[in-house]
Design a protein around this ligand. Structure first.
Ligand SMILES: Cc1cc2nc3c(=O)[nH]c(=O)nc-3n(C[C@H](O)[C@H](O)[C@H](O)COP(=O)(O)O)c2cc1C
Length: 235
């Protein structure tokens, strides 16, 4: 009994250490690259994330070619170093990318993507697929009122953020730094993905960018959070 308690305590400490270690890294050490197997683990943590109905309404783009990354520099103020006079996460991260969220064309009930997902990924028989279509249709239109393209894309984006959170935690557990990035012009990012990455942005829109690597220096400011009492209410 004691042995199990000690192991559990050790894991609790490791988890909290990882969460305290993680911070939104502004500048990475450009000479340090994340080992391939460690980055695979980060991607696996993302791929294995839960999603509503198991629909996986996201895709992950990993952008390693420097010229491709530079395409985002001008309008990605949250990643271009303009806040700290560096080349930013775009210029220094070992791995940089964008998580895309499925639009209404991809994720509305009855879509071609979903029928294919039920058949080939979930391997569901036709009668179960029919049930899924009905239940998900009701969920979208009645339960949650997610009907416009924007609403459906935002709903997909919610799942994308869970994916990124898991990726960042997986990284932190391995001593790998990261930054979630929303500081970009949506319109110009869509344009760039369409024109330079062959993404059909009527089906997939950017939700959030990410950067992974190793910090160049310790965070400038200590971590601040509201107190537990101010954050959590028990009933
Ligand atoms: C969805 C999201 C978007 C963010 N966008 C940016 C960004 O564009 N650039 C940046 O440097 N930090 C960004 N951050 C980092 C936050 O500013 C940071 O997480 C917050 O201030 C708390 O600090 P900590 O993560 O270091 O504990 C983002 C965080 C989240 C969750």
């Amino acid at each position: 009994m004691n042995a199990i308690t000690d192991v559990t305590r050790d894991i609790q400490a490791q988890i909290l250490d990882a969460f305290n270690f993680r911070h939104a890294t502004k500048v990475f050490d450009p000479t340090r690259r994340i080992d391939d197997s460690a980055f695979e683990t980060i991607l696996e943590a993302g791929r294995l994330s839960p999603t509503s109905f198991g629909h996986e309404p996201f895709r992950v783009l990993v952008i390693q070619t420097p010229e491709k990354r530079e395409l985002f520099r001008e309008f990605s103020w949250g990643a271009n170093g303009m806040m700290n006079g560096s080349s930013g996460q775009l210029g220094t991260a070992s791995h940089f990318g964008i998580i895309l969220a499925g639009t209404a064309r991809t994720m509305a009930a009855g879509s071609e993507y979903l029928q294919n997902h039920y058949r080939t990924v979930k391997q569901l028989p036709d009668e179960v697929i029919e049930g899924f279509n009905g239940a998900y249709g009701k969920f979208q239109t009645v339960d949650h009122g997610i009907t416009t393209d924007r609403e459906i894309t935002d709903w997909s984006g919610k799942q994308a953020y869970i994916v990124l959170a898991n990726m960042m935690t997986a990284g932190a557990l391995m001593g790998i730094d990261s930054c979630p990035i929303e500081g970009f012009d949506m319109g110009r990012t869509v344009e760039t993905l369409e024109n330079h990455f062959g993404i059909d942005t009527t089906r997939w829109k950017p939700a959030v960018m990410f950067a992974f690597g190793y910090r160049a220096r310790e965070p400038e400011f200590p971590k601040t959070r509201r107190t537990m009492e101010d954050t959590v209410t028990w009933f």
